[in-house]
Structure formats: C-alpha cells, structure tokens
Design a protein around this ligand. Structure first.
Ligand code: GUN
Ligand code: ZN
Length: 442
C-alpha cells in the first residue's frame, strides 16, 4: 500500500527544547514560510518552504495557510471529561464544590449512554479548541472510561485517561474498594493502553478520597505497569492540605503521601501543586514528577497562585504542563489558559513571555506526561498533530495583530486574546479533524 502523504504550508512555530532551561534560539523554531510534510500520520519534514518543496511528492499541493500560525497541537495535562456539564458552578471553594456539584454530576456516568454522549461532545470540544491530546479523569465507573477511549479512537486522538479511584469520603454510589479499584483499573489498562493512540493513566482522585490500602494498590499496579501514566491532584487548596495532614499524620506532608506509596516518578502528573513547599518541589524535580498548572481553575475556586518560575527554576527544574481542569476550570481553550497563566505569573512578579507560554501548552505538556518523543513538537518523527491559528479571527484580534512587530508579539496577542474562534483548523495524525469554517449538518 502506498504511503498517505499530506502537507501544509504557512508560518510555523515549534519547540526543540525547554526555553526555561536553554537558550531561546536553541529551544524555539520559527519558519515565516514553513512547509510541514506528514507521511502516514508522522511528521517527515518541517522547515523552510523553499528548502523543502522538492521533497513534496509529484502533484501534492500543500494546503496553504498564509498569514496564519501553525503550531503543534495543544496538550491539556489535566481535565475531567465527566465535569463538562458543571463548568461555571457558583459559589464554593474546592471541598464544598466537590460535594455540591462534582460528586452529584459524576454519578450520572453510571449510565453508559450518558457517558457516550458527553465523551463525544468532549472530544469535539477539544478539537474545536486545538487540543489534540488530553490527560483526563473519568468517573469511578469503568464504562465511563470505555466511552471516552471509544470516542477518542474514532477520532484517532492521542488520549490519556483513567478510572478514578475513590474508596472513602465521597457518596457511596461513587466508591470502589482498594481491591475492585485495582482490578478494574488493571482490566482497563490492559484493554486500552497502547490500543491505537490511547494511553492509560492510573488515577487516584486525591489522598483524602483513598484509604492507605487503595494508595498501596495503586502503587502496586504502577509497579506492574510502569508504561502507564499516574494522574492525581496535590496541594491545590489550604483546607485540603490540612485535611491530608489529619488523615495521614505519620507522613511528612501531602507530597510525601504519594511518595510513600511509590506514586511519584516520570509519567506522574500532579494537578495544581499551588502550595507545594520548596522541599516538595525538589522532590518532584528529583523524581521527574510533573505538575499540571491550571490557572483558570485556581482562580475560579480561589485556590491560589502557582509560581511557575519557582517550579521551572533551572537549579532544580520540575516538568510543568498546562491544564484546563474542566469543570473547575472555565475554558477548554489552552489559549485562554495561557492568558490566565500570564496574569497569575504577573501577580507573582514574573513576566511569562509568549515563547514560554506556548512551550508549556505543547512540548512542555508532552514532557510532563513523558510522551515528548511522540507529540508536542513538529520536529520530524513526531506524530502529526497540529493546529492552524488565525490572527484575524475577530475584528479586534485583526486590528491588534496588524500592528505586531515580530512573532513573539504575535504569539503573545494570540495567547492573551485567543480562544476557540482563533483555531482555524486542527489536524490529528496528519488528517484534518476540525475546520472552523466548514459548517456541519447536525
Ligand atoms: N481534587 C480532588 N478532586 C478534584 C476535582 O475534581 N477537581 C479539582 N479541581 N480538584 C480536585
Ligand atoms: Zn482536577
């Protein structure tokens, strides 16, 4: 069978390394007239159009996006697909918000038909926002995981997900047990991990909703399956941290609970980490454990300000990606998330520039999940997931972007003013998966 080749042309940006740690010119690539060639879903050439056009197969005309910006697909390192229906729930901080809204909504996912409907619109919403990979919580019910992976598979997305583990401090209908949680997770992992582009993440909700026995079982599963990811929450809210101290008085702190049960390491993504201590950040750095920075959620729930420059301190850097944390987060858009990340950093006296912000949403997020060899960049060899951004998506954006003087300013304006309207097209494994300007029948 002959190879399937697709190509796009236009201004392009991507990353070869971490601009928090190495010189910008080594980390960041910008082609003002770029060509991207994809063969069987993988990038086989990326660079200057004039230099590469001879490599196009005869008769293949690249899809041309002049005056746009092509970037690697966005990667959301922390989202709950089962909370899509409760975005913008009024009036509470974390624990009350969980009890009043989240634990009510998640019970609806015992119905596989409801799970399928939400999973389908969730995947569409990711693609409309230029997000090609997400690390997502499902509900406690294994069927809620099957529903998501089935919909991601239909769209050929690289999706990471897992059944949430909870065996205490939640309504009975949402509880598993240490044994059933382990066994259900193992069965799901064996069913889905590596099937197509799917990845399984072992997913204890957070320390307060798992007994020591369940965390022990999660650690055992991780040792049996080191290829899987680990996904949980840490140090989001000060009340939550006190609660963890009272539940695990023998541990040195919140992070130490996860450390004790063998849950840290490369491929572990901890959401929030807003209140981690310097020593805890050191431990994340030592173990390769990543933090998902979720600024829209941290502001919405009044959780606090994540100090990105502390986490990315070059003396002991931590892997950091961006997360929307839907439904505590308020937008599926990683552009909107960059906007809030910028404002949070400003409140911490750190100007988060656009190159670093785009890095966090692409290669930084891939590194956080330990999948940077596969996604997050347009370097040849990566899977061809990419997004075409439109600097003239709205009249105001067109007015503002007409005045920018260089690519960094253009990216900054896109990050601060952009949203789903800015996403002109999303490609998954080299194939057009969302086109803003094509109206579908349904
Ligand atoms: N901590 C434990 N569960 C959750 C959740 O569903 N959302 C957020 N933001 N934090 C959590
Ligand atoms: Zn969350």
């Amino acid at each position: 069978m002959s190879a399937s080749v697709t190509a796009v042309r236009g201004p392009m940006v991507w990353f070869r390394g971490d601009p928090f740690l190495i010189a910008r010119e080594d980390a960041f690539v910008h082609e003002s007239d770029g060509l991207l060639i994809c063969t069987d879903g993988v990038v086989t050439a990326a660079g200057d159009y004039t230099a590469l056009r001879d490599r196009l197969p005869d008769s293949l005309e690249p899809v041309h996006y002049p005056d746009h910006v092509i970037t690697a697909g966005f990667i959301d390192t922390h989202i709950h697909y089962v909370q899509t229906g409760i975005i913008a729930a009024f009036g509470s901080q974390l624990i009350d918000w969980l009890n009043h809204y989240t634990f009510v909504e998640e019970q609806r996912f015992s119905d596989p038909a409801y799970a399928r409907t939400v999973a389908s619109s969730f995947c569409d919403e990711l693609l409309r926002n230029g997000t090609t990979t997400a690390l997502t919580f499902c509900a406690v019910y294994p069927e809620s995981v099957d529903a998501l992976f089935a919909e991601a598979s239909r769209r050929n997305m690289r999706m990471a997900a897992g059944k949430v583990l909870m065996d205490r401090n939640a309504p009975d209908a949402l509880l598993d047990t240490a044994q059933s949680g382990h066994d259900d997770s193992k069965a799901l992992l064996e069913r889905w991990h590596g099937k197509g582009r799917n990845l399984y993440a072992i997913t204890p909700r957070f320390a307060p909703t798992s007994t020591p026995a369940q965390l022990e079982a999660a650690g055992a599963l991780r040792r049996e399956h080191p290829e899987a990811l680990m996904h949980t929450h840490v140090s989001e809210n000060t009340g939550e941290i006190s609660w963890v101290r009272s539940l695990f008085p023998e541990r040195a702190g919140y992070l130490d609970v996860y450390d004790h049960y063998g849950l840290l390491g490369r491929g572990t993504v901890l959401a929030h980490g807003v209140h981690l201590t310097g020593r805890e950040r050191d431990r994340c750095s030592e173990t390769g454990t990543a933090i998902s920075h979720c600024p829209t959620s941290n502001l919405f729930l009044g959780s606090g300000l994540f100090h990105v420059h502390d986490a990315k301190d070059s003396k002991r850097p931590v892997h950091v990606g961006l997360g929307t944390d839907i439904g505590a987060g308020t937008s599926f858009s990683l552009l909107a998330t960059m906007n809030e990340a910028y404002k949070v950093a400003e409140l911490c006296n750190y100007p988060l520039d656009s190159v670093k912000a785009f890095y966090l949403a692409t290669l930084g997020s891939a590194q956080a999940m330990g999948i940077e060899d596969r996604v997050g960049s347009l370097e040849p060899g990566h899977e061809a997931d990419f997004v075409v951004l439109d600097p003239r998506a709205t009249p105001l954006l067109a007015q503002r972007t007409s005045r920018v003087s260089d690519i960094e300013e253009l990216l900054f304006v896109l990050a601060v003013m952009g949203d789903d309207r800015t996403v002109r097209a999303t490609y998954v494994a080299g194939t057009l998966a969302h086109d803003r300007d094509v109206v579908t029948a349904d």
